[in-house]
Design a protein around this ligand. Structure first.
Ligand SMILES: C[S@@+](CC[C@H](N)C(=O)[O-])C[C@H]1O[C@@H](n2cnc3c(N)ncnc32)[C@H](O)[C@@H]1O
Length: 200
């Protein structure tokens, strides 16, 4: 994967204000009741961002913690059909129309030993329980599986007081933390890992 920088990611947000190439995916995504998915002129919703991100960076391996109905994994898979996506969840809410051949669906807890070994995860999307504690634990647990130059996204960093506190106090030594305007008031966070700091 080519080098990721904060500036490039912020530029992608502007690029991401596009419709999906597939009319079917556009329709699936628009079933979500989120105003920022539908309103022209607002910064892109994170679904469009994830699609644009994988389209642009072509990550070989993405992992998502929290599949739910499978829309976010679908967006990553559609952006880069040559890449592999692993998405996991403790529940089965997956919608059939969101399945794609380059996605593996794991029924498992995000903090338990993995079903099969993974390494060099280019992009991790943290989106399970938004209580502040779990996202923090997930970050530190999943670091061992990351590409040391990879990127980690966090959904809903401002949704609840516990999440706000977590994000405010979170000071990852391994990389650069910032947020993106792609999920309205709920917030969306980023950590770009830095090889020198991860491998120290
Ligand atoms: C907010 S939803 C994910 C939404 C999805 N990423 C999207 O953007 O469309 C959170 C999901 O995390 C799952 N979850 C809750 N606790 C979990 C755990 N301990 N391990 C893995 N998944 C969990 C829930 O079952 C739920 O489907």
């Amino acid at each position: 994967m080519v080098e990721i920088t904060k500036r490039k990611i912020e530029e992608l947000v502007l690029k991401a204000q596009i419709k999906f190439d597939s009319a079917e995916v556009e329709k699936i995504v628009c079933t979500q009741e989120d105003a920022s998915l539908k309103s022209p002129g607002v910064p892109a919703h994170y679904y469009r961002f994830l699609y644009t991100f994988t389209k642009e960076y072509k990550p070989a391996l993405c992992v998502e913690l929290g599949t739910h109905t499978g829309i976010s994994a679908l967006c990553m898979a559609e952006g880069n059909p040559q890449g592999q996506i692993v998405t996991l969840d403790v529940n089965s809410y997956l919608r059939n129309e969101c399945k794609r051949p380059n996605i593996e669906y794991w029924l498992q807890d995000s903090l338990l030993p993995l079903k099969r070994p993974l390494s060099n995860v280019d992009m991790l999307f943290v989106d399970t329980v938004h209580n502040g504690t779990r996202p923090r634990n997930e970050y530190y647990y999943w670091l061992q599986y990351m590409n040391p130059e990879g990127v980690i996204f966090f959904d809903d960093i401002y949704l609840f007081d516990e999440m706000k506190k977590f994000w405010q106090e979170f000071s990852p030594m391994e990389g650069e933390k910032f947020d993106l305007p792609i999920h309205g008031a709920a917030g969306f966070g980023v950590v770009i890992l830095n090889k020198e700091k991860v491998c120290k």
